[in-house]
Design a protein around this ligand. Structure first.
Ligand code: SAM
Length: 209
């Protein structure tokens, strides 16, 4: 089931603002690509971008020859924007319009990437549902790369409250079965020149227990 007010919010954002008019716009997702490479990703790796929105990460992955890329987002308009931007190559990508907290993963992935989606889940119930999907979708030995606002980052984004994390609090939220393999502080500059502090952490999925 989709949370209608949450979906309405994001549809409104993506239907009223251009790709580069949102605070999270990035010309090149350099840190995400660096961390994906660090996991040992190969062309056949199954990569899912959670809350990928209209991000250009998919463009970079497809142009690097990645053969198994999925983008999941609550907003149909965001996915449509990314699809039309990458043109013919859109058919090589799997596009899923869903709320990650209620999505039922139907196959395993090697890499779970999330830049600035998880931090919008401020209710414990939603965070638990997200981690449940992560556990179900990410194969043992696979990697999760999660970027959120850092503890000294903004309290809100897109008019919504966020939960802020460092590597330790994120690891605690994910619970057992995830080994932290790298963490970075990252300063994102919005299109209008405001600096936002992020953390990006990469975890290896271990067997539970
Ligand atoms: C700040 S934007 C980041 C978009 C993209 N990851 C990027 O780096 O450009 C947050 C994205 O998360 C999506 N989102 C928010 N809550 C979600 C949820 N519960 N399930 C799936 N997507 C969600 C929004 O639609 C939006 O595209």
């Amino acid at each position: 089931m989709i949370d209608v007010s949450r979906q309405d919010h994001w549809e409104k954002v993506y239907t009223t603002k251009g790709e580069s008019q949102v605070s999270w716009f990035q010309e090149t997702p350099a840190l995400s690509l660096e961390l994906i490479a660090l996991t040992g990703a190969v062309r056949s790796s199954a990569i899912i971008d959670i809350g990928g929105g209209a991000s250009r990460l998919v463009d970079s992955l497809v142009s690097q020859g990645c053969e198994d890329v999925t983008v999941l987002d609550l907003s149909v308009a965001a996915l449509a924007s990314a699809r039309s931007r990458i043109g013919d190559k859109a058919s090589q990508v799997t596009w899923i319009a869903a709320d990650v907290t209620t999505w039922e993963p139907s196959r395993p992935y090697d890499i779970w990437h999330d830049r600035a989606a998880f931090h919008f889940l401020t209710d414990q119930k939603d965070q638990t549902a997200y981690v449940d999907r992560l556990r179900r979708a990410l194969r043992v030995g696979g990697h999760a790369i999660i970027g959120t606002f850092a503890p000294d980052g903004p309290e809100r984004c897109s008019g919504l409250m966020v939960s802020r994390y460092d590597a330790n609090s994120l690891a605690a939220t994910l619970g057992c079965g995830f080994e932290l393999i790298d963490t970075r502080r990252h300063e994102h500059t919005t299109p209008w020149g405001v600096m936002q502090k992020f953390q990006f952490s990469a975890f290896r999925r271990e067997r539970d227990g």
